[in-house]
Design a binder for this molecule. Structure first.
Ligand SMILES: Cc1cc2nc3c(=O)[nH]c(=O)nc-3n(C[C@H](O)[C@H](O)[C@H](O)COP(=O)(O)OP(=O)(O)OC[C@H]3O[C@@H](n4cnc5c(N)ncnc54)[C@H](O)[C@@H]3O)c2cc1C
Length: 486
């Protein structure tokens, strides 16, 4: 099926247990803090259900299916997947990070190589799970990190880390915390597992499964939803793009056997992400989305510069040129990833892993600098404007607002005000600050993302050159030609 926006909004009224502080939210779809973001996700579903170019015919069912679930077999398939990620990123201009095409893309990657589970039954469970989310066009988030205290020792030694406490004929019972489900309040399903390496001895926490967000015992503990504090759509123009983040507590949750993908296996639990196309297909979304966001940010800065009369300055143009160069490099990196598809078993392909990890490392490190350049552009302008739109209701403050903007044309002044607010919403607001943190950490901490690059890099191809050089020069005299001439 191709889910529509209305179907998505209705599906959220499913008895899920979302807490904001001490409040249990009865209906996220109509809650002030989550409703706008839920409507953004609905717009994504309306976008795919109304555009045939964003669907494919799934060979297993003969049904029109969201391109996000296409298991790619060629560079052309990767380009189709990019089309979907681009269409969804454009809905929010890249400002809604964890859209439904991130985690579900990872499960699609896992379904290309389910044997990584190391167990025929679990492999079948994983494939059936992919079929379930595919055929119902579901929104997944994931919680694949242990809570604090697990980093210097073993995850399994941290008392409150989610672990298996019992197995029975009915399934596997788990208890404890998993971090940090972005979109947890808004999704249908949560993928639970380990996206950071585990070690032998971590068996108790080495469990992977997919669970419905409304499954009994699943508690979604959301951070503060910024939209709940929005003054107006003009003052907080991005309030509808706060995707939410949540710690997930498993209060003795019974996971049925047919939802278990890995049990007691540290290597396979991590392997689901790195020994399948999961990481590559999922991170393609992240990079395509970031490209849309950087394009939108630089365009807003340019329009602001035009309105405030600083874009004409050659030094400012130089700054813009440097930022534009980075955007084009990211675009090139996205295209390079699919230009040389990486071959996997069973005829499936993914984007090239080396280019993908390189793009991840670079973008996670660079985005903060990009954002800081934007702050330099904005300087004090966010604070020169009135506090909020109530200034337009008072005759005197409205007159001063026009005078400040040197115009009698209210619409002209309002556009300037809106540009300043939009820029601040992207770089200075509480949501912007959270989003910068997201760009830094969404794929894991730097030491882990760098180690993935280290592991993926084709060392042979460069070390061969050193061997060749040493072989070619092996018979050279120690003091070389200069010594002979002397
Ligand atoms: C906005 C946001 C959204 C997120 N969304 C999700 C999500 O949807 N699903 C999910 O599972 N996770 C998500 N994460 C979690 C993300 O994967 C983690 O933030 C990341 O793995 C780091 O873990 P931590 O936050 O527990 O920090 P810690 O591991 O406690 O690290 C704290 C600091 O110490 C450094 N550090 C720790 N250990 C080492 C070491 N061995 N060597 C060098 N430096 C080290 C880290 O780099 C970091 O700077 C999200 C994070 C953020 C900020």
């Amino acid at each position: 099926m191709l889910r529509t926006g209305d179907e998505y909004l209705n599906s959220l009224r499913d008895g899920r247990q979302v807490y904001v502080g001490g409040a249990l939210i009865e209906d996220v779809a109509s809650h002030r803090g989550f409703g706008g973001s839920a409507r953004t996700v609905a717009r994504l579903y309306d976008r795919t259900s109304s555009d045939p170019s964003l669907a494919y015919i799934e060979p297993e069912t003969g049904e029109k299916t969201n391109l996000n679930f296409l298991r790619p077999r060629s560079g052309e398939d990767l380009a189709l997947r990019r089309q979907l990620h681009t269409a969804w990123a454009d809905v929010s201009n890249g400002l809604f990070g964890r859209s439904p095409d991130h985690v579900a893309a990872m499960v699609t990657g896992m379904a290309c190589r389910p044997e990584v589970t190391g167990n025929d039954q679990y492999a079948a469970n994983l494939l059936n799970y992919w079929r379930h989310i595919r055929d119902n066009d579901l929104y997944l988030s994931f919680a694949v990190l242990p809570p604090a205290g697990s980093k210097s020792g073993r995850s399994s030694e941290v008392q409150n880390a989610m672990r298996v406490i019992e197995t029975s004929d009915a399934g596997v019972t788990v208890r404890g915390f998993k971090m940090l489900a972005t979109g947890g309040a808004l999704c249908h399903e949560i993928l639970v597992g380990n996206a950071q390496p585990l070690r032998p001895g971590d068996e108790a926490v080495a469990v992977s499964f997919g669970i419905a967000a409304n499954h009994p015992g699943v508690k979604i503990l959301a951070r503060k939803p910024y939209a709940a504090h929005a003054v107006s759509k003009i003052d907080d123009p991005l309030a509808d793009f706060d995707e939410s983040d949540a710690a997930v507590y498993f209060d003795d949750v019974l996971v049925p056997w047919d939802r278990i993908f890995v049990l007691d296996d540290p290597k396979a639990s991590y392997g689901l992400f790195v020994e399948t196309p999961a990481h590559t297909l999922g991170n393609a979304q992240a990079h395509i989305r970031l490209l849309a966001k950087m394009r939108f940010m630089i365009a807003t800065a340019k329009r602001l510069g035009d309105a405030l009369d600083f874009t004409g300055n050659p030094a400012v143009q130089g700054v813009f040129g440097g930022l534009a160069a980075r955007i084009k490099m990211l675009e090139a990196a996205v295209l390079a990833q699919e230009a040389r598809p990486e071959q996997w078993d069973h005829g499936y392909v993914s984007q090239d892993r080396q280019f993908m990890y390189a793009t991840s490392n670079w973008s996670m490190e660079y985005f903060s600098e990009f954002s800081t350049e934007m702050r330099r552009m904005l300087a004090s302008h966010a604070f020169q404007q009135p506090a909020d739109v109530s200034a337009f209701d008072n005759d005197y403050s409205r007159k001063l607002f026009l005078e400040l903007n040197r115009t009698d044309d209210f619409d002209d002044a309002l556009e300037r005000y809106r540009l300043v607010r939009l820029m601040w919403a992207m770089i200075g607001s509480e949501l912007a600050s959270r989003n910068t943190q997201y760009e830094l950490f969404y794929a894991g901490p730097p030491h882990v993302t760098r180690s993935r690059m280290f592991n993926a890099f084709d060392w042979d191809s460069v070390e061969t050159r050193v061997d060749e050089f040493l072989a070619q020069t092996a018979n050279d005299q120690i003091h070389g030609d200069a010594a002979d001439e002397a």
